[in-house]
Design a protein around this ligand. Sequence first.
Ligand code: SAM
Length: 234
Amino acid sequence: MIKEIFNEYSIMITDEQERMLQVYYELLMEWNKKINLTAITEYRDVIVKHFVDSALILKSERFMGRYSASVLDIGTGAGFPGIVLAILCPKYTFTLVDSLMKRIEFLHIIKEELELHHVSLYHGRAEDLGHQQKFRNQFDFVISRAVAELPVLLEYSIPFVKKKGYFISYKGKKYKEEVELSHRALQELESEIIEIEEHSLAKGKRFLIFIENHCLTDERYPRKAGKAKKKPLY
Ligand code: SAM
């Protein structure tokens, strides 16, 4: 069933990946009764709106065309898109960050159950972790879905991206307004929108915004926790 749904979106997965996604689905539903992980619970909806949506980036040559790469998912929540991509893209390493400890604890269970040895999990805020040397300007790709509006997200994300690496933001149909508000953030963070991919998903659209980081980020960014959201770089 999962494989068939992925096929509808021209994403091929193996039997083993289908099994892993099924286990992930079951654990997600089980733990969702105890902690708030997702409002979407109907089987096909979870597969399409969480799993396939997370996986749409696999259609991008810019993302997939490497032998190996490091990927950071900021505000991963219940593991979207990070866990789905880790299951479908074992050649890359994945670092998943969230500021809610309970969600990171859930992800430790998933990591252990699915033996995802190429996944690392960190509890913390992007604004704090982004100043640690082991994270700063270290990742080939930073990705994020449903965490903040683009100008805020740029300040969270770009400090993690390698020089010449990419931040890829999963956005909905209102992405143009967010792009319009992002000129100053892009300038301050010395980065540039280079491509916007459009994908169909269920009855709607998913837009993947590719932003290239041109430099090592100025030490002023990210500003202290909470500031990016309170006073975005408009
Ligand atoms: N990315 C997941 C998805 O698409 O389903 C989760 C989205 S959820 C709406 C936003 C998540 O971002 C929450 O789990 C929240 O704890 C996390 N978050 C919000 N601000 C953050 C920050 N500054 N640093 C790290 N995580 C953050």
